[in-house]
Design a protein around this ligand. Structure first.
Ligand SMILES: [Zn+2]
Ligand SMILES: [Zn+2]
Ligand SMILES: [Zn+2]
Length: 169
């Protein structure tokens, strides 16, 4: 797919060995910088929720976040956690994957975008990519139908290279 690129700069699938601690550190640093620039408050709960969403490259369910936060004590009421997620989503730091009813950290929150995702049904790995031609095609088709797009998140389900043994890392 010419013109498209993995938003996520990392070696192949999450199954592949890489220093994921660096992914988490980078995500938290990005979030801190973005919030500082926007005058938004990255509270300790919002930061912790983001960190948990980034625990690996698979999508995380709110239920699992709640379980961990509950174990840790503190502000763990579900509405509080959902508000933290809403904040992270509003700032583009986290995407909601409707088809999984789960959340995934965004490796490149700016500029704001709806997200295009390849979701592995076996290992759960999620890769976000950005193919401008897909977005352009949707805009064209929608405009032809006088349809106003509110959100155009694309969630594609299948098997990643690691799971099909087609890895070329
Ligand atoms: Zn990683
Ligand atoms: Zn994204
Ligand atoms: Zn996989």
């Amino acid at each position: 797919m010419a013109g498209s690129s993995d938003v996520q700069a990392r070696p192949a699938a999450s199954g592949a060995r890489h220093d994921h601690g660096r992914c988490i550190d980078a995500a938290l640093a990005r979030a801190a910088a973005l919030c500082a620039r926007r005058g938004a408050r990255l509270t300790s709960l919002r930061r912790r929720v983001l960190e948990l969403v980034w625990q690996d490259h698979a999508a995380v369910k709110a239920y699992d976040l709640l379980k961990v936060l509950d174990r840790e004590g503190g502000q763990t009421k579900p509405p509080t956690v959902y508000r933290a997620l809403d904040f992270l989503i509003a700032h583009g730091l986290v995407h909601r994957l409707e088809s999984l009813n789960a959340f995934i950290g965004c490796p490149a929150p700016e500029p704001s975008h709806s997200g295009q995702f390849l979701i592995c049904g076996k290992c759960g790995d999620v890769v976000e990519f950005e193919a401008p031609e897909i977005a352009a095609a949707l805009e064209t088709e929608a405009a032809a139908r006088h349809f106003t797009i509110v959100r155009r998140t694309i969630e594609v389900h299948g098997l990643c290279a690691a799971c099909t043994g087609a890895g070329h890392a």
